[in-house]
Design a protein around this ligand. Structure first.
Ligand SMILES: [Zn+2]
Ligand SMILES: [Zn+2]
Length: 418
């Protein structure tokens, strides 16, 4: 059953009657593929959970919680004291004593998790995540035990800092009363929040999420467009074949290229985590004045082609013909997959980038008056010229050019429907 948590179901794909993890008996998987998909995160607590002795509960007001220490390589399972409190407004409820873990109680922020946005599933109870609300500016150090989790995905996650604590509350809504033990299903939900916290959600239609349910565990062929830094400092090719395991946040939170949607090849893009080998190096001279994060191809993929789009600076939108701010500078390397999850090859990606950068953008620039004294084209005319036949012609031209130069031109036709 999709959409809600089922008690005996696989954590990854929600298939029912799944089997427990042999060691911790705290989480279920329907298949080896789903177990493998969870393992990079699960392994951080699987053994600790199997060793965590619930017969040693210090009192009935102590609950199993997950603590993310700043300077350790893994999160920890801890007993959290949650004494009852009588509040004039809220009545009786259990209030955890966070001080031994977070240091301060007063300034702690709480994020309540009641839905896993990546697995697209509602939870049956609430998980509260507590941290200092000023951790980005109060001198807190980067949280290494959370870095172990966010490192399992190639995306830029929020820079989590300072100690962070997760505990459970029974039920949903806003005023839960009793605390509860967390298990390793909850750990998956916390991990997914930590990974996806700073990613912008985009609406996904029902059809797509059904498609996703079916293909769980399979790998999707995608392409990584490497930025200047990754090309020059790590020797990576500009267009690199990569495989994406499912489920993956890119399908829920990635950006859609409007131009490629118009040519009937919808693709989804997502920023990568910068490689620390060069990302902290301020010496840009090696790149002829270009930022190592420069990735012009990815920028052009995101030119806005909504004729009614206005300039909305606060939202990072620059309007017709321009890529949004988040795709302008400091883009870094980018992962791209097809929305239909069919294989995307480096040559497809090269064609898409070149088409956006040279053909489509020229039409858009014409509409912006860059070919004066020619009268600027109407936006509507530009849009009719950015279409499937135009891309098909471009594709065959590119293959021809490559053949003439003796370069590899073997890739399937990108329209799999013919
Ligand atoms: Zn499964
Ligand atoms: Zn386990």
């Amino acid at each position: 059953m999709a959409g809600v948590e089922v008690k005996d179901s696989c954590i990854i794909c929600n298939t029912s009657s799944a089997n427990f993890c042999d060691r911790c008996k705290s989480i279920r998987y329907c298949s080896k593929a789903c177990q493998r998909a969870d393992w990079p995160t699960h392994k951080l607590l699987c053994k600790a959970f199997s060793n965590f002795d619930t017969t040693k509960r210090p009192s009935k007001n102590h609950f199993r919680a997950i603590f993310f220490p700043v300077d350790k390589e893994k999160p920890e399972l801890i007993w959290l004291h949650c004494p009852w409190r009588d509040d004039e407004e809220d009545g009786w409820y259990q209030h955890p004593d966070k001080k031994p873990f977070l240091g301060v109680d007063v300034f702690a922020s709480t994020t309540s998790i009641q839905r896993n946005r990546i697995l697209e599933r509602d939870l049956s109870d609430t998980i509260n995540l507590c941290y200092s609300d000023s951790f980005l500016v109060d001198g807190s150090r980067p949280n290494r035990s959370i870095a172990a989790i966010t490192a399992t995905k190639p995306y830029r996650s929020l820079d989590w800092r300072g100690p962070i604590l997760a505990y459970g509350k029974e039920g949903l809504g806003i005023d839960q009363i009793a605390c509860k033990d967390l298990d390793l299903n909850d750990f998956r939900h916390v991990a997914d929040l930590l990974i996806s916290y700073s990613l912008d959600p985009v609406p996904v239609n029902r059809q797509l999420s059904q498609l996703r349910q079916k293909s769980v565990g399979e790998k999707i062929k995608g392409v990584r467009i490497n930025c200047i830094g990754d090309q020059k400092m790590c020797g990576r090719p500009k267009f690199e074949a990569v495989e994406i395991a499912q489920p993956d946040p890119i399908f829920s939170y990635g950006d859609v290229s409007e131009i490629m949607k118009r040519v009937e090849l919808p693709i989804i893009t997502q920023h990568c985590r910068p490689d620390p080998k060069w990302a902290n190096n301020e010496n840009y001279k090696a790149f002829e004045g270009m930022s190592p994060f420069n990735n012009q191809d990815a920028t052009y993929l995101h030119l806005c082609c909504d004729p009614n789009a206005d300039l909305k600076l606060q939202m990072g939108k620059l309007g017709w013909g321009f890529a949004p701010l988040k795709w302008q500078d400091g883009v870094g390397s980018v992962i791209v997959v097809r929305q239909d999850k069919k294989p995307l090859f480096p040559l497809h990606m090269e064609a898409m980038c070149k088409y956006c950068r040279y053909d489509a953008s020229d039409l858009i620039r014409h509409s912006l008056g860059e070919y004066a004294p020619e009268k600027p084209m109407e936006k509507g005319d530009v849009l009719t010229m950015i279409c499937r036949p135009a891309f098909v012609i471009f594709w065959y031209k590119l293959l021809d050019e490559r053949r003439k130069k003796g370069e590899d031109s073997s890739a399937p036709y990108p329209y799999y429907d013919v």
